[in-house]
Design a protein around this ligand. Structure first.
Ligand SMILES: O=C(CO)[C@@H](O)[C@H](O)COP(=O)(O)O
Ligand SMILES: [Co+2]
Length: 222
């Protein structure tokens, strides 16, 4: 395995202590996180409300790690620039949320950010066929979006395998990220299927700050 396809762990701060998010971002950074996964929910596209661009901006000075911003917003286009300006490195949108996927990806790229597309468990991989030349990351949701702490949906392993083939066929360095219910037992299965970025919320933050490094190590499998 080369450095470019080494496994990356992206703690989802949805499971952090919201009363001291900056402290928890520093803690997972120091504990070995590769990306900081930030779940943005609008109470419309998903049945939960989390954080906005001002919070991303406030967190930015707390870590130099990649800010992997997962936007669960519809329509998402009016908010992309604010999240870019807030310090996002990767901006991931849901395939159906733009509402025009190609246009949304063009916007993200025009702002100089890496662009990701997220697929819900019921969304087929065919929706990304004609935008593969624009994406830097494909996110496979292995739970329905909206909440942390849900159970991994095994049917998504086949989708991960198919997307790995689509990515390899491009010859480009595109992250294949898996999000939802990932823990040390599930991690080897999604890696085997072809994922290289593992989001983990509850499995990273369980047990409190003294456990973050052990938890990340256990998910990474070393
Ligand atoms: O985007 C989402 C949920 O919509 C995720 O990022 C979850 O927050 C991951 O949490 P765990 O399933 O790992 O607890
Ligand atoms: Co997420």
């Amino acid at each position: 395995m080369t450095a470019s396809n080494a496994i990356k762990i992206a703690p989802s701060i949805l499971s952090a202590d919201f009363a001291q998010l900056g402290v928890d971002v520093r803690a997972v950074d120091a504990a070995g996180a590769d990306y900081i996964h930030i779940d943005v929910m609008d109470g419309h596209y998903v049945p939960n409300i989390t954080i906005g661009p001002d919070v991303v901006k406030a967190l930015r000075p707390h870590s130099d790690k990649v800010f992997d911003v997962h936007l669960m917003i519809a329509p998402v286009d009016p908010y992309i620039e604010a999240f870019a300006n807030a310090g996002s490195d990767i901006i991931t949108i849901h395939a159906e949320a733009g509402p025009h996927l190609h246009r949304s990806l063009q916007l993200i790229k025009s702002l100089g950010k890496k662009a990701g597309v997220s697929l819900n468990p019921s969304t087929p991989e065919s929706v990304i066929e004609y935008v593969m030349d624009m994406v830097d990351l494909v996110l496979v949701m292995t739970v329905n979006p909206g909440f942390g702490g849900q159970k991994f949906i095994p049917s998504q392993l086949e989708k991960i395998k198919r997307i790995r083939k689509m990515i390899d066929a491009t010859g480009r360095d595109i992250d294949l990220e898996v999000d939802g219910g990932v823990n040390p037992e599930i991690a080897p299965k999604v890696i085997e299927a072809g994922a290289n970025v593992l989001v983990a919320g509850s499995a990273t933050f369980k047990g409190g700050p003294s456990e973050y490094a052990n938890n990340i190590k256990a998910i990474r499998g070393n």
